[in-house]
Design a protein around this ligand. Structure first.
Ligand SMILES: [Zn+2]
Ligand SMILES: [Zn+2]
Length: 144
């Protein structure tokens, strides 16, 4: 596996001023491994980083989305949730119960995009597919 560039390298390569706050937010999101709203991320780091405001957290998350380091999801009530994510994958399975996010492979999506091309005579250049539902462990939990 290729060595992944560090979070601070990636933030700097995004052409943005490297601030300690952005690194803190990026690392907190990466270690969460689930989708978090700005509020939830703020709640996680406010004790360790009392100087970090909620608005700063929100802006740092939006900057990560623009730099291709995170994806944004919509939750009920027009709340945005974020997951640390490589720019290369664009498709996700989002569990609406535990907020776990799994990458949906390009292999699964490719046949669908091909059939869109045939049926609609439309050439897809870019696709971002997020499917919402229940992951396996949440489905089991609900059945009990
Ligand atoms: Zn992803
Ligand atoms: Zn789940």
């Amino acid at each position: 596996m290729a060595h992944a560039p560090s979070i601070s390298t990636r933030i700097a390569s995004g052409g943005r001023r490297l601030t300690q706050q952005r690194v803190v937010v990026a690392e907190a999101l990466a270690s969460a491994r689930r989708a978090l709203s700005a509020q939830e991320l703020y709640d996680r780091i406010k004790t360790a980083h009392p100087g970090l405001g909620r608005a700063t957290v929100y802006r740092a998350l939006e900057a990560q989305v623009q730099d291709g380091m995170a994806s944004r999801f919509e939750r009920d009530g027009h709340v945005s949730a974020y997951i640390a994510c490589d720019a290369e994958h664009h498709h996700h399975l989002v569990c609406t119960r535990c907020q776990r996010v799994e990458d949906l492979s390009e292999e699964v999506v490719a046949p669908m995009l091909a059939s869109v091309g045939r049926r609609h005579e439309f050439q897809v250049d870019h696709a971002a597919l997020d499917l919402y539902g229940l992951c396996r462990s949440c489905r089991h939990a609900r059945r009990r």
